[in-house]
Design a protein around this ligand. Structure first.
Ligand code: C2E
Ligand code: CA
Ligand code: CA
Length: 401
């Protein structure tokens, strides 16, 4: 697998971009320095400025298809990270509409300014100072690291190098397996295991999450269908995690329908999980999408319930079938009467609203017994099983029954 295929090295003196050429990419300077030169009609070459690590060059090609306005030359050995037009557009489309508008306007004005500089010979700014760095004008490390990780994640997705593990969810009354939650895994070729808590936010920021979620739901539904073929009398459900962006995607529902039809699972066997926090990022489109999916028979589950900042009134606004109580409450429940009362209240609130309650992060028998005692419906946690690869599911199900 090629890692860092978007990183390019240039020796001192190399021309990186040529004025007048077509361009569909920009570069972030990871190390080294470059100079910006404008060739004038009378064959004079004007030095416009220099750029150092953490700055971007060639960015105007990302917004329009006009030729490069300047030539850029390495003045030191330099390493550049490529941002393609596709990548930029995906990131922009995924951002807040105001951010989109401001970005486009600023880039258009910036192009005008450069045009004026070409005419009047004004000079542009130079390498950022350490103070600029501190003020956050250039947050080099984060941007570069995130973009690299996002490129590698895209590669992993294309190479089919992501994996799904499945964690059982157990019925507290009968102790039977009720269903499974699909949890994504990325074993990075050089960095080793990377937690989804690290790479899912990066995928959300870059817009890659749409492709990832599609892969997750298709692959996990295939696995569920296989499990059902092995255990024909089973009634397991499958819970899949989604992001706010998924529910704002106009083709989300048709894709889910395609997955259901092509794998043969029943809509009621698919639970869509979303956290409270993400639900609030675009409430009206989330509600529309969830409404439509629910009409088809899918179930909606609120993940990490109790950790969001919102008021409870949203419970009426969204169509919700299941609340998953966050594991932080379960953790504290045994020693902390307050946490215990909170869990009890969530269960009765949910039941009054005709919702089922799943407790997350059960690690001890004591927690399981307490939850059973206060009427919690289902539980998930290391006490029952850690998330496992699909090939271990059959044995686990056989041992359990
Ligand atoms: P989550 O949806 O709340 O998933 C449950 C997490 O708790 C999983 O971590 C699971 O391994 C862990 N867990 C389960 N039982 C226990 C327990 O008894 N004790 C403790 N300490 N932890 C337990 P994991 O797999 O690392 O996933 C972390 C988060 O990443 C997930 O939290 C979810 O928000 C996100 N995620 C995972 N897979 C996907 C995915 O396919 N798509 C999206 N959008 N997000 C995902
Ligand atoms: Ca979840
Ligand atoms: Ca959770």
């Amino acid at each position: 697998m090629t890692i860092d295929k978007n990183t390019k090295s240039f020796a001192k003196g190399d021309v990186i971009l040529k004025q007048g050429d077509e361009g569909a990419n920009a570069f972030i300077i990871e190390s080294g320095a470059v100079e910006i030169l404008i060739e004038k009609e009378n064959n004079l070459v004007q030095h416009i400025g220099t750029r150092g690590a953490g700055t971007i060059i060639g960015e105007m090609a990302l917004v329009d298809n006009n030729p490069r306005t300047a030539t850029i030359k390495a003045i030191e050995d330099s390493v550049l990270l490529e941002i393609t037009k596709d990548d930029f557009e995906r990131r922009l489309a995924n951002s807040d509409p105001v951010v989109q508008m401001v970005t486009k306007v600023i880039l258009a004005r910036y192009r005008d300014m450069i045009a004026r500089a070409q005419i009047f010979g004004q000079s542009s700014n130079t390498i950022p100072t350490p103070e600029d760095m501190e003020k956050g004008l250039v947050s080099k490390t984060n941007a570069v690291e995130n973009i690299k990780l996002s490129n590698e994640l895209k590669q992993a997705l294309d190479d089919n190098a992501l994996e799904l593990y499945y964690q059982p969810i157990v019925n507290l009354k009968t102790s039977e397996i009720a269903g499974f939650e699909a949890l994504i895994r990325w074993n990075h070729p050089s960095k080793g295991f990377i937690s989804p808590e690290t790479f899912i936010p990066i995928a959300e920021d870059s817009g890659l999450i749409l492709e990832i979620s599609r892969w997750v739901v298709l692959e996990s539904c295939r696995v569920l269908q296989k499990v059902k073929e092995t255990f024909p009398s089973s009634k397991f459900f499958l819970s899949v995690n989604f992001s706010a962006t998924d529910f704002s995607d106009p083709s989300f529902k048709s894709y889910i329908n395609y997955v259901i039809n092509s794998t043969g699972i029943k809509p009621s066997e698919l639970h869509l999980e979303i956290t409270e926090r993400l639900l609030m990022t675009n409430p009206s489109s989330a509600r529309d999408t969830l409404d439509e999916c629910r009409k088809e028979g899918m179930l909606v589950s609120i993940d990490d319930f109790g950790t969001g900042y919102s008021s409870l009134s949203y419970l009426h606004y969204f169509p919700i079938d299941i609340l998953k109580i966050d594991r932080s409450f379960i953790n504290n429940m045994v020693d902390d009467e307050g946490a215990m009362e909170l869990v009890r209240s969530i269960i009765s609130l949910g039941h009054n609203m005709k919702m089922k309650i799943i407790a997350e992060g059960i690690e001890t028998e004591e927690q399981a017994q307490m939850l059973k005692g206060i009427g919690c419906d289902q539980a998930q946690g290391f006490m029952y099983a850690k998330p496992m690869p699909p090939e271990d599911l059959t044995i686990f199900i056989q041992e359990k029954s």
